[in-house]
Design a protein around this ligand. Structure first.
Ligand code: FAD
Length: 529
């Protein structure tokens, strides 16, 4: 403990020397702390520390000793050089803190807040070079900002998204970044051309597939273990103007997954986005992710469900432009694509909206939930990649069994093509050509009086799902993973584990980075919230 305090004091001294406006050299802790409080990039006050002591999940908490908000790669490098010199200090980059299991926390250490906060963010300009468009953005920028900047410059936009855009570029690239476009464009980590990364030794390294490739691949999906992404070069395309968003219902799981897999295999005429939902309770129809369903239509949905308790909703989107005859061209394409699907007749729900409205759909739901005080509640989320060959077993036991009548939030299910993922990245997926994301996006409502909405119940269900997969030998991989032991981490990474350890030794030899993930420093100091 004494050693840790000493290391931290040293770290603070070093940091302040590097970041304070007056450029302090190493100095005694007391005056230093005062100076830090008066406007430098490092904050030690309890309000600043409290703000980064938990995350969206609200399942764990751990206070850091300091929070820094660097404005440049050089400042990040200064922080990491200081932490590297101090040795045993936990450091975590924080994007928007939208993790659910404390992944961006730094118990007793330093949180490097990458968001610009209230300060205006510099607006990057897209570039056309070598036959392609791209934009260079700061690691802490949100995807919502990236969209608005690129759209305002010639109507460009990234092509692979997450469902929700108020996530940071660095935070999603540290995982993968998936949504309904991933089957075609790959995850967000497959759409990055170059990175600037500050390694755990405090070196600023530019990397890509061609240059410093080991670091590039290690960092993508690398859970913040090898460096802090300060700049990402994101591939862009011309943004469509409008979206036809279609949902259809299935009572038959085999027909549902057959159609999903058929859609993601199409080469020529295809949808631009394919996702899906499992609906086990009608309450969901009014919930945030299902707001698409018209409240005027519940009878129709109820009658489709019939005796079978579980429904599956296939969600598709086709992009188009105003000058395509006001959507005229898209009619034919959508009609041809839908004709081949085997959903329950007359269960089509169609919405026309702008591309931006479509991409902002979860943000609208967030605003509604915030209004009802239902956003800042515990989120025991479980995200799994399930191999396609076992998805029917998963349905039989999990959707039709373990879940019961109340899922506690939306359950997403959609397939992806493995060949769109770069195997050299640190991200791990099942060993099959097609695998599904199954995302249990639950909210616990401790005061609801309904035991099935309690945190304990939802956590127990998550555990049951994981145990079922283990016993049934369904070789799932957790997405946004959370484990308690290093053996579990080794098994998660499988054949990539040795390379993961080697990259750690090379880029973060003192193991200071990404402490909240608990891979190399077990997060014994993360407390349940
Ligand atoms: P944080 O939670 O702040 O950080 C996550 C991890 O990344 C930490 O380990 C952190 O240290 C590390 N990190 C952060 N910044 C950097 C950086 N610059 N360089 C290196 N490492 C860094 N995910 C999807 O893939 N698809 C979705 O559709 C999707 N929808 C979501 C919807 C909601 C409402 C929420 C809350 C989350 C959703 N997510 C989704 C999950 C999201 O991708 C993760 O939470 C992810 O961690 C990004 O969040 P963040 O930017 O807040 O990162």
């Amino acid at each position: 403990m004494a050693i840790k305090r000493h290391a931290l004091a040293l770290l603070l001294a070093l940091i302040c020397g590097l970041l304070s406006p007056v450029g302090l050299a190493v100095a005694p802790a007391e005056p230093l702390l005062q100076l830090v409080g008066s406007g430098s990039a490092v904050r030690l006050d309890s309000a600043a520390l409290a703000a980064v002591s938990t995350d969206f999940g609200a399942l764990f908490r751990a206070a850091p000793a300091a929070v820094a908000r660097p404005r440049s790669a050089e400042e990040v490098a200064g922080l990491l050089r200081a932490a590297h010199a101090a040795g045993s200090v936990a450091v975590s980059a924080r994007g928007r803190g939208h993790s659910t299991h404390g992944q961006a926390l730094a118990p007793g250490g330093l949180v490097v807040e990458m968001a610009h906060g209230d300060l205006p963010a510099p607006r990057p300009t897209p570039v056309y070079d070598g036959g392609r468009y791209y934009v260079d953005v700061w690691g802490g920028d949100s995807w919502a900002d990236v969209l608005s900047w690129t759209l305002s410059h010639g109507g460009l936009a990234p092509r692979s998204w997450t469902d929700y855009l108020h996530l940071s570029v660095g935070g999603t690239l540290a995982n993968a970044g998936v949504s309904g476009q991933a089957f075609h464009h790959g995850p967000q980590i497959s759409n990055v051309l170059q990175l600037d990364v500050v390694t755990g030794k405090g070196e600023v390294v530019t990397c890509s597939k061609e240059e410093n490739a080991e670091l590039f691949h290690a960092v993508l999906g690398g859970l913040g273990q090898f460096g802090i992404i300060t700049r990402a070069r994101i591939a862009l395309e011309r943004a469509p103007q409008r979206v036809r968003w279609i949902r259809v219902l299935y009572a038959d799981f085999a027909a549902f997954t057959r159609d999903q897999e058929r859609l993601i295999a199409l080469d020529g005429e295809r949808f631009d986005y394919v996702e899906g939902l499992v609906i086990v309770d009608e309450g969901l129809i009014n919930s945030w992710r299902s707001s698409f369903f018209s409240p005027k239509n519940p009878v129709k949905i109820g009658s489709v469900a019939g005796e079978r308790r579980v429904l599956y909703c296939l969600e598709m989107a086709k992009y188009y432009d105003e000058d395509d005859g006001g959507g005229g061209k898209v009619d034919g394409a959508v009609e041809r694509l839908l004709r081949r699907l085997r959903y329950v007749p007359a269960t089509e729900f169609v919405t026309e909206l702008t591309y931006v409205e479509f991409l902002r759909r979860v943000h609208r739901a967030e605003e509604r939930l915030r209004g009802k005080g239902l956003w800042e509640v515990p989120h025991p989320w479980l995200n799994l990649f399930v191999p396609a060959s076992r998805i029917a077993d998963f349905d039989a036991t999990v959707f039709r069994g373990i879940l019961g009548n109340n899922t506690g939030g939306p359950v997403l299910i959609y397939p992806m093509n493995k060949h769109k993922w770069d195997e050299r990245s640190s991200a791990v997926t099942p060993d099959e050509d097609v695998f599904y994301l199954v995302a249990f996006l639950r909210s616990a409502l401790p005061d609801s009086g309904d035991p099935t909405q309690s945190l304990t119940h939802l956590k127990r269900q998550n555990q049951e799902i994981l145990e079922f997969c283990h016993h049934a030998q369904i070789k799932i991989k957790q997405y946004l993973p959370h484990y308690k032991t290093q053996e579990e981490w080794a098994s998660h990474f499988g054949p990539k584990w040795n390379r993961f350890i080697e990259s750690k030794a090379r880029f973060d030899p003192k193991r200071i980075l990404g402490s909240g993930q608990g891979i190399f420093q077990l997060p014994s100091s993360l407390l349940p919230s």
